[in-house]
Design a protein around this ligand. Structure first.
Ligand code: GLC
Length: 426
């Protein structure tokens, strides 16, 4: 496929999933607005329609909670094709939302879109309005999810990570009970192959946590300590740190000095604390279980995505080598779990498959560290996957088989972003 054909195809998918002021990740499986999908999709929009890109993030931030949290799903319109819907979350919002959050990639996206904007006046206006909101979200993280001030924030629900059923959560998840979970019918398995999705056992635990937090009225001053699941994910923290750093730079450019300073301080503390997650044997970062205080021995992509943050140069170089090792056991980079590990499943969601959004963020971090050979390899693999399997939700790293939902918004957005900003491989 020619470059322009691929871009045209990707734009068409984004237009088809556009609901006017927000996009759905894909039709059927995910019929609402998802937090990090929107922020990453805005990057794609910004390459051909800047105003629409700003609207996407604007809509997301319009549903921020008073305490600063930006929710993971906004249920703009009723749709019974998804479980768990608003009646299960019970957050009592004017427009219903879930009560948990997702990777805070919006700060990074806003800074990047502003940086290259053609319409500077619009970009300045939008950025000025969004910066305080995103900053409040970042402060919320360090307040509500790091109450002891360690410099690293914990996830209270696997869905917050964006890597729903990663092997990373298995051990900590054994502490989440299943007693008292309401009977329910999953809807995801009617849209996608159940063998590519999380298991029923995992779903019961996902719902137990939702019921628990709901019983506490979604009061974020109580949720952290009450949760039997408190996991520190290096990938998630890296996204937060990177967004704090980029927001600091943007705020400084716009003369918003106090936010710039506070934001830079948060990023610096986070970077220093990331060192506690480094694992020398594997040459990557690992998750930490805050309840046991131990590193989680799970060789997942979360510890590789950490390169998205401005980590030390030698750490970034080691991650480049770690990916090269992973490349020896798969055909397409970057697998979401080490293919040589016994838990690896090439087709099952976040337990093996390749995701283009994560590839993009890893490549972006490696690029900043000057690891260009690996950047080009990852970008080329992304385009091969699209050529062979179309714009899927995720792909088997061994066979390249397209999995999950089809015609995916953020996959399309990443293709536009990659082809528009990486002349090397275009
Ligand atoms: C799944 C993914 C999550 C994504 C959502 C919508 O839950 O794990 O990362 O945001 O789908 O695409």
């Amino acid at each position: 496929m020619q470059k322009h054909e691929m871009i045209d195809h990707a734009r068409q998918i984004m237009r088809d999933n556009d609901r006017g002021t927000y996009t759905v990740p894909t039709q059927g499986l995910y019929p609402f607005q998802w937090n990090w999908d929107s922020a990453l999709s805005a990057l794609g929009f910004s390459q051909f329609d800047e105003a629409r890109a700003w609207t996407e993030i604007d809509t997301l931030l319009a549903h921020q909670w008073d305490d600063g949290m930006v929710p993971h799903i906004i249920f703009h319109k009723p749709d019974d094709g998804y479980f768990p819907g608003p009646e299960i979350w019970g957050t009592n919002r004017p427009v219903p939302t879930t009560g948990i959050t997702q990777p805070p990639v919006a700060g990074f996206a806003v800074a990047r879109i502003h940086d290259r904007a053609r319409d500077k006046a619009l970009a300045d206006r939008q950025a000025r309005a969004m910066i305080p909101k995103i900053h409040a979200w970042h402060q919320w993280f360090y307040r509500a999810r790091d109450p002891k001030g360690s410099g690293l924030v914990a996830l209270l629900h696997p869905w917050e990570s964006g890597r729903d059923n990663s092997v990373d959560w298995d051990d900590a998840f054994t502490r989440v009970p299943t007693e008292g979970v309401i009977p329910f019918t999953r809807r995801d398995t009617t849209h996608a192959n159940p063998a590519h999705r999380p298991t029923d056992e995992q779903y019961k635990r996902y719902i137990w946590l939702v019921q628990k937090f709901r019983s506490l009225n979604w009061d974020n001053s109580k949720l952290h300590d009450a949760s039997p699941f408190q996991v520190i994910d290096p990938g998630f923290n890296a996204i937060l740190i990177r967004s704090c750093r980029d927001l600091a730079d943007l705020a400084a450019r716009l003369g918003m000095d106090q936010i710039a300073q506070e934001s830079r301080d948060m990023a610096d503390r986070g970077i220093a604390a990331m060192e506690t997650l480094w694992n020398e044997d594997l040459g990557q970062y690992l998750c930490l279980d805050r309840i046991t205080g131990k590193q989680i021995q799970s060789a997942s992509i979360g510890g590789i995505l950490a390169v998205f943050a401005p980590i030390p140069q030698d750490r970034a170089a080691a991650i480049g080598r770690r990916i090269a090792t992973l490349a020896e056991s798969c055909e397409y980079l970057v697998p979401s779990h080490d293919p040589t590990a016994p838990e690896f499943e090439g087709l099952r969601y976040w337990r093996g498959p390749v995701w283009l959004i994560v590839n993009f963020m890893i490549a972006n971090g490696l690029e900043a560290a000057g690891e260009m050979q690996m950047v080009n390899r990852i970008m080329a693999d992304c385009l091969r996957l699209i050529e062979e399997g179309g714009f899927a939700e995720y792909y088997d790293p061994i066979t390249g088989e397209a999995c999950g939902g089809g015609r995916f918004t953020w996959t399309a957005a990443m293709v536009i972003e990659i082809l528009s900003s990486h002349e090397l491989i275009a």
